[in-house]
Design a protein around this ligand. Structure first.
Ligand code: ADE
Length: 247
């Protein structure tokens, strides 16, 4: 997948793509990230990229001309890429959206800054506006990193089979069950005996129930949309009747 990041602060991306799974994906040719400095596309002497808002008000607005020039330059190489603007005004990112974006040929991601960007950038170029949550960051750079990370790990071949995305929280609409590794006891806390039993059927049942319990306690609204079996539904009923303390 091709990812083009359009930013006023290219230094913010240093490091992120030279570590761990993102680096591994790039080394294996599964991810090609290019970072473009929007300021390089400002044509005036002072390379101005922002200006006062028409109509007054606080803060500055990102100007349309440098952004338009930058997007058009990038799109010449990447005509099939989807243009995304990271902004708190967008649709909230979730696992389904990440899965959809992992199918795209490429992503051109505009990192918004200041109080906003000239609306004509949206009108002319932007296919999708994406927020990473109901809070406001200083700009779209970290949001873009979150987005690229969530999407990259879903590109076929990026995760090894032993780190598959299938058991992730949200992949089945529920939060993930608890995990343990050695030692079997630490500071008086023992690993649940079922996990040491070797009984795969019982282990799968315990994990499913723990997923349901966690989801019930932390994100009960997810249960409404999750795909539940009759056995799940009866366990959820039990959880409801005892406030999450069912066996
Ligand atoms: N820019 C500022 N806040 C943001 C958010 N919550 N999501 C995406 N981009 C942003």
């Amino acid at each position: 997948m091709n990812v083009d990041l359009l930013t006023l602060f290219p230094g913010m991306f240093q490091g992120a793509f030279s570590e761990s799974i993102l680096k591994h994906a790039a080394d294996r040719g599964l991810l090609d990230v290019r970072i473009h400095n929007i300021r390089d596309f400002a044509s005036d002497k002072h390379r101005v990229t922002d200006d006062y808002p028409y109509g007054g008000g606080v803060g500055m607005v990102m100007k349309v001309e440098p952004l338009a020039a930058c997007i058009e330059y990038v799109r010449k190489d990447r005509p099939a890429s989807t243009v995304i603007l990271t902004t708190p005004r967008g649709k909230t990112l979730n696992q389904g959206m990440a899965r959809e974006l992992a199918q795209e040929d490429g992503l051109i991601i505009i990192c918004g800054r200041y109080e906003g960007i000239d609306e004509r950038v949206r009108d002319l170029f932007v296919d999708r506006e994406i927020s990473i949550g109901d809070f406001v960051l200083t700009g779209g750079e970290f949001a873009s990193l979150v987005l690229v990370d969530a999407v990259t790990r879903l590109i076929p071949g990026v995760l090894g089979s032993d780190e598959s995305a299938e058991d992730d929280s949200f992949s089945n609409g529920l939060l993930e069950y608890p995990q343990y590794t050695r030692p079997p006891e630490f500071r008086g806390l023992a690993v649940p005996p079922v996990l040491l039993s070797g009984n795969n059927r019982e282990i799968a049942r315990w994990r499913r129930r723990e997923s349901l319990r966690r989801t019930f306690l932390v994100r009960p609204e997810l249960l409404e949309a999750a795909c539940l079996t009759a056995e799940d539904a009866s366990y959820v009923k039990e959880l409801r009747s005892c406030g999450g303390n069912a066996d």
